[in-house]
Design a protein around this ligand. Structure first.
Ligand code: N01
Length: 537
């Protein structure tokens, strides 16, 4: 170790990541009077919204509720400009929050955590960074996000490609000029569906490589008027109450009707209204869309017909129609002119299940039908979700066991907040929490508030070690699987919720599908019951 490398020993907490979660966690730790430092590998705040700068990047939640709720002043003073905020606007918002709450001075940027090791004797974590520093702290809190470990498929020959390639989640900050270029994009998830119409505008030709056809609902984006904004600001108390009582943390009330109780005409009218209104709220049209396969099929069929309406060429339309999974059993994208883009002469669609990609060659992509020449290749191929970010550095708990070893058969944890064998480690939006099935800022705040309450409790009771009880963890794991089985979500075989997008990843349904309100109640009960299921020493 060089003489410049430092060991910092007086921290109550180290937080990993300066996105929505890390920023708010730092704010709350400050409120407890704790000494805390945030380590962030990027050069700025934002997490997801720092890295995902691809063309068309915007949020699928509406701006008025894709934001913090903890400060009424912040709610009132920030002005969103569009119904769905673009990446630069969310990044500006998070920069504003950072400065408004004076958070920047406790964030160490350009610093990636390489390892963290728990020391039983001192009951503290030693956190090492790529700068060679070691920090010791009582509590280690991960705020690494669920979708931050980019998944670039291992396609033979990628290194020989003469053009340029990028993953959407690592988009160059200076942008990529595709004007007049032959561009290929692999992936038609939420990201691909946002990027494809925008890339098509500039590229000379865009080739979309689709493995699984996807449903998508029009976003119906537009400017947010001063009147709309004022109306939201005037009703934030109600909006937040609806979110708190909801399944997904969105301020929508899900219909209490079954899709199967409506007549076909009524159903079509309800779906058509939801289609015209746009956005993720489509899922709230009936209560059983994610519970009953027949109910789900009514929505799926409605959406398949919309694809056929929009796409002129019937053969292309049929390639775009999803048949292997029901609507919203994978995270449903929302879009601006996605299906319309296939009516352009300069856009072509390759179904890689029928025409597989064999290799990448210097000139482009070779499929089973020949080489498609490309200047630029975009991977909108998603992420090693939920576990990937937590396994991107080595976390070693009691007995020298690493998190990677503990999770060899899939993630386990109690409430998605702690993992047995890893005392004093808190995982914000960890596997087993509702996280990716919800509006993230809402569930992040719930986790951060819970952790804050827990740390205050520990201090008050002179406790400096907390660990999930293995039995409580096992029972929670069972409950997570039961909650998933009560829905149609595990049936979408190619879903990243199951880890199916990453070769070799254990197939375990990772998020908690029992609903945000129910989950919050459980967390509150656990705390009120003296942190039931945790061992406090
Ligand atoms: O990633 P995805 P994403 N060959 O995993 C395909 C959130 N998000 O970045 O379905 C060919 O969903 C893959 O095919 P298949 C949101 O939660 C939020 O789009 O696995 N294709 C799929 O089509 C979202 O769900 C916002 O068969 C390959 C695509 O790549 C999550 O991020 C905006 C392949 C990957 O889709 C991830 O979305 C955008 C291969 N080898 C995203 N490997 C917000 O609004 C993968 N694919 C906040």
């Amino acid at each position: 170790m060089s003489s410049e490398k430092k060991t910092t020993t007086d921290l109550d907490a180290v937080v990993v990541g300066a996105g929505f979660a890390g920023l708010y966690m730092l704010h709350r730790l400050r409120g407890l009077g704790m000494g805390a430092l945030v380590l962030e590998r990027a050069s700025g705040v934002g997490g997801t919204w720092y890295w995902n700068r691809y063309p068309g990047a915007r949020c699928d939640s509406e701006s008025y509720y894709y934001c913090y709720a903890f400060s009424k002043e912040l709610e009132q003073e920030w002005e969103w400009t569009e119904r769905y905020p673009r990446q630069p606007e969310i990044k500006r918002y998070l920069d504003h929050v950072t400065d408004r709450f004076d958070l920047r001075r406790d964030i160490r940027f350009d610093t990636a955590v390489t390892a963290a090791r728990y020391d039983e004797d001192s009951r503290s974590w030693a956190v090492t960074t790529d700068a060679g520093d070691t920090l010791t702290c009582r509590y280690l809190i991960t705020a690494v996000g669920c979708l931050s470990a980019a998944n670039v498929p291992d396609i033979p020959g990628l290194e020989t490609f003469a053009g340029r390639w990028n993953h959407t989640g690592r988009w160059p900050h200076e942008g990529v000029d595709v004007t007049g270029k032959r561009v290929g994009i692999v992936g038609t998830g939420s990201t691909g569906i946002q990027a494809i119409p925008v890339l098509a505008e500039d590229a000379a030709h865009l080739t979309v490589f689709q493995r699984t056809a996807n449903y998508s609902i029009p976003a119906r984006n537009g400017p947010l008027s001063a009147e709309e904004s004022a109306a939201y600001k005037a009703s934030y108390d109600d909006i937040r109450a609806v979110q708190a009582a909801s399944t997904n943390g969105h301020p929508f009330v899900v219909s209490d009707r079954s899709a199967l109780d409506a007549t076909p005409e009524e159903r079509d009218r309800i779906y058509a209204e939801a289609w015209d209104r746009g956005g993720l709220r489509f899922r709230a049209s009936f209560r059983d869309l994610l519970a009953d396969p027949d109910a789900n099929e009514t929505a799926s069929e409605f959406l398949r017909d919309r694809i056929r309406d929009v796409v002129d060429d019937p053969e292309t339309a049929e390639k775009l129609v999803p048949r292997d999974h029901g609507f919203a059993t994978k995270r449903p994208p929302i879009d601006t002119h996605y299906f319309e883009t296939y009516n352009r002469d300069d856009v072509s669609l390759v179904d890689v299940k029928a025409t597989p990609i064999e290799e990448i060659v210097p000139a482009g992509v070779r499929t089973s039908e020949g080489v498609i020449e490309l200047d630029h290749l975009v991977f909108a191929t998603g992420f090693d979700a939920m576990t990937g970010p937590l396994l991107s550095f080595e976390i070693t708990g009691t007995g020298g066991t690493t998190l990677r070893e503990a999770w060899a058969a899939g993630p386990r944890g109690y409430l998605g907040l702690q993992v047995s064998g890893f005392p004093n480690l808190f995982t914000i939006t960890g596997p087993g929490s509702p996280s990716v099935l919800t509006n993230m800022p809402t569930t992040i705040e719930q986790h951060v508030d819970w952790i804050t309450g827990c740390l205050a409790h520990l201090r008050e009771h002179g406790v400096d070690r907390i660990e999930a009880d293995p039995e409580a963890e096992r029972a929670w794991g069972e409950h997570v699987q039961e909650a998933a089985e009560a829905t149609l979500l595990p049936r979408a075989a190619s879903s990243w919720y199951l880890g199916a997008n990453v070769p070799g990843k254990p197939r375990v349904f990772m998020p908690y599908a029992g609903g945000f309100a129910r989950y919050t109640r459980t967390c509150t009960d656990v705390a009120e019951d003296g942190y039931r299921g945790f061992v406090l020493e």
